[in-house]
Ligand binder design. Structure first.
Ligand SMILES: *Cc1c(COP(=O)(O)O)cnc(C)c1O
Length: 426
């Protein structure tokens, strides 16, 4: 297996408009309600920044996910940055991550050159972190685990939390794909220490194209995040006299007694930023949250149609369904031409047939440990054999999002069937 095997889809890519089922970075459906919610804010004459709609969206989100706190940010990436900051990493600490995710899940760790990042291999069916590999990698220096619920399929959180707790490691769930999923009665984002969500246009709901959310239950973290996203520094705020005493030494004037504060820095290297979500975006988020159950239902319906179609070719294309206790939001529909089937069906040929017939195939998430920035930190091919085998040989995604019309879904299923027929080696 070599790098030369990477499918070169670009070689036969047509202009997007020529696709019957194009792959668009649009994951949600915008209806009249969202348009009304946004125009209502714009016409209200009220502030567009830091008003009541953000709080309303956060309250709705926290009760949906089931955590005491939900705090919005300008993007999922910023949510992850703040989450990783809250870990309080020190030189020599280790963080265990998954290689099969979008680069933003772990990009903030590039800012910590003295922290060791270990890539944990994945399960070949869900593409989520494999608890057995985690068990092998975790040790006394492990401060945290950062995982993703790939495509909306929740990771094995019972096993992973048991392993992490036994080693006093914190766990961040990148839940960017998993809004609307359920794991044994609990929502992703409430399964570990910190949940991070994205409301990018491609995700299960959106807040005008960009936005993110942090979910957790620690009240002190809530205060710190609120300062960090509001241009403050990461500190405990104290009345001024705590620092200057009552002597007023060298100060030109009197201290304000009540409302003037100074702070004890908690983390010197982290100053605040402005990462607060605007009012129109928050209003749209609340309307999208109302629509979430129907959006997820639509995704799951399309996924069921795709599975039914693939069921006609048993043993050729593998598309695992929901295990017991799990409802996946189907942010992605991932399927596999397994090694055992490779003699009978060529994945490359199948992708080509799909493309030629007008289905645009998104291949998502090149294994992160092989990206140049992680190779520069010493990571190499061979580190995560399952992630590598699945990416280079087995997996692909079919379009699956609520924006597809009924007609497009019918066409997608017909084209899929015809493409598998054409790509089979008889
Ligand atoms: C989209 C995404 C992010 C980043 O979210 P943005 O809102 O685009 O910054 C992080 N992790 C995963 C898994 C994602 O899919």
């Amino acid at each position: 297996m070599t790098i030369g095997d990477i499918p070169k889809l670009g070689a036969f890519r047509k202009p997007d408009k020529e696709y019957v089922v194009p792959y668009l970075p649009i994951g949600s459906v915008v209806r009249e309600r969202e348009i009304q919610a946004v125009t209502q804010v714009l016409g209200s004459g009220e502030t567009l920044s830091g008003g009541s709609r953000r709080e309303q969206f956060e309250r709705r989100f926290q009760s949906y996910v089931g955590t005491p706190y939900a705090m919005s940010t300008t993007s999922g990436t910023v949510a992850l940055e703040l989450a990783i900051h809250l870990l309080g990493l020190r030189p020599g600490d280790e963080v265990i991550v998954t290689p099969q995710t979008y680069q933003a899940s772990i990009q903030p760790l590039l800012q910590y050159p003295d922290v060791t990042v270990k890539f944990c291999d994945i399960r070949s069916d869900t593409l989520n972190m494999d608890p057995r590999c985690l068990e092998r990698l975790i040790g006394p220096k492990t401060r945290a685990v950062i995982l993703v619920h790939y495509g909306g399929h929740p990771a094995d959180m019972h096993e992973i939390m048991d392993i992490a707790r036994a080693h006093d490691a914190l766990v961040i769930e990148d839940s960017a794909h998993a809004l609307g999923s359920l794991y044994h009665g609990v929502r992703p984002g409430a399964l570990a220490d910190i949940g991070c969500f994205s409301f990018h246009s491609s995700k299960n709901i959106t807040t005008l194209g960009e936005g993110g959310m942090l979910t957790f239950s620690d009240g002190e973290w809530a205060e710190r995040v609120d300062r960090l996203r509001g241009n403050e520094v990461d500190g405990r705020f104290l009345p001024q006299r705590h620092h200057f005493g009552d002597s007023k030494e060298n100060l030109p004037g009197a201290l304000y007694p009540g409302n003037a504060y100074t702070h004890d820095l908690v983390a010197l290297h982290r100053h605040g930023t402005n990462a607060t979500l605007g009012e129109a975006a928050a209003a749209m988020g609340t309307a999208q949250l109302d629509a979430l159950p129907s959006l997820v239902e639509r995704r799951r319906l399309i996924a069921a149609r795709l599975r039914e179609t693939l069921g006609k070719f048993e043993g050729l294309v593998d598309a695992p369904g929901d295990p017991e206790g799990i409802t996946q939001a189907q942010h992605l529909f991932t399927c596999f031409v397994r090694e055992e089937a490779a003699g009978r069906l060529n994945r490359h040929r199948l992708l080509h047939e799909l493309d030629q017939r007008g289905v645009q195939i998104p291949l998502r998430y090149f294994p992160l440990h092989l990206l140049p920035e992680w190779r520069a930190r010493g990571h190499r091919y061979g580190e995560c054999p399952t992630a590598e085998r699945v990416w280079f040989h087995e997996q692909f995604n079919l379009p699956c999002h609520p924006g597809l019309t009924d007609r497009q879904v019918d066409l997608l299923c017909d084209i899929l069937e015809a493409s598998v027929q054409a790509a089979r080696c008889l």
